[in-house]
Design a protein around this ligand. Structure first.
Ligand SMILES: Nc1ncnc2c1ncn2[C@@H]1O[C@H](COP(=O)(O)OP(=O)(O)OP(=O)(O)O)[C@@H](O)[C@H]1O
Ligand SMILES: [Mg+2]
Length: 239
């Protein structure tokens, strides 16, 4: 399915005046209030902010897991408003690699089979899937662990496998929501070093974290507060 019109621009995320309200019974809660956000190809951005400020909501909209109510959003030049459910599912699978706090690996599959999953949905042949999964596992230092099930490896290794799964289709964007939230300090920094290497190789990364020392790996830090972007730090010129 290559029938989307993609622009040649370097903007991966182009969001204008995005609003999102949750309605629970009679209670309505506006979790995004007019978000403007542009992310260029190759950026490494961290999103920080208090619990309940709207970070995961923003990630869900960026990741096409949830829809905004108002505003415009283009991902890699594709206008997200105009897509049906199948097209959204394809974009989620092929344009975005997700990494979650709780790893989200399937317990019955070994690490290689977990990494193969996005390729099954993308219709890639068994032989190529296996080769590419092994390549991705090698790139995160897990070549020797491919046949192990998730419960046979450490938390840091689980997250490495999840990252291998996220990068295997070479998505335009990696989105990580608290990827170090379940890891000890040493594993957290190893995972962040891996993100740094992926970013240096050209991958665009957006990361949510509560921890300042984790956000420090990003070049750009966006501070969320009460459903809005409160302020930004850009370290591009400092390095
Ligand atoms: N599915 C939902 N239905 C109703 N309200 C929701 C839903 N998801 C989030 N909210 C509310 O929207 C607000 C923003 O939530 P969100 O999960 O985006 O915050 P967050 O910044 O990610 O917080 P945390 O740091 O705790 O993960 C919160 O007040 C939350 O209760
Ligand atoms: Mg959250």
């Amino acid at each position: 399915m290559d029938n989307f019109e993609k622009s040649d621009s370097n903007i991966v995320i182009n969001m204008r005046d995005v609003w999102k309200t949750y309605q629970t019974g009679e209670v309505s809660l506006t979790a995004l209030k007019g978000i403007d956000l542009q992310v260029q190809k190759g950026e490494f951005t961290a999103i920080m902010g208090p619990s309940g400020s709207g970070k995961s909501t923003l990630m869900n909209v960026i990741g096409c897991l949830d829809q905004k109510d108002q505003g415009s959003y283009e991902l890699n030049g594709i206008a997200i408003n105009e897509l049906d459910a199948n097209e959204l599912a394809r974009i989620r699978n092929e344009e975005i690699g997700f990494v979650f706090q709780s790893f989200n690996l399937l317990a019955k599959l070994n690490l290689r089979e977990n990494v193969e999953l996005p390729m099954i949905y993308a219709g890639i042949s068994r032989k190529e899937r296996s080769q590419r999964a092994m390549e991705a596992l090698r790139s995160v230092g897990l070549a020797d662990w491919a046949r192990h099930k998730p419960n046979e490896v450490s938390g840091g290794q689980k997250q490495r496998a999840a990252i291998a799964r996220a990068i295997v289709l070479k998505p335009a964007l990696i989105m990580a929501d608290e990827p170090t939230g379940n890891l000890d300090s040493k594993s957290s920094h190893e995972i962040m070093q891996l993100f740094r290497e992926l970013n240096e190789a050209g991958t665009t990364i957006i990361l949510i974290t509560h921890e300042a020392d984790i956000a420090e790996y990003a070049r750009r830090i966006i501070h969320f507060s009460d459903a809005r972007i409160a302020r930004e730090e850009d370290k591009t010129n400092v390095l």
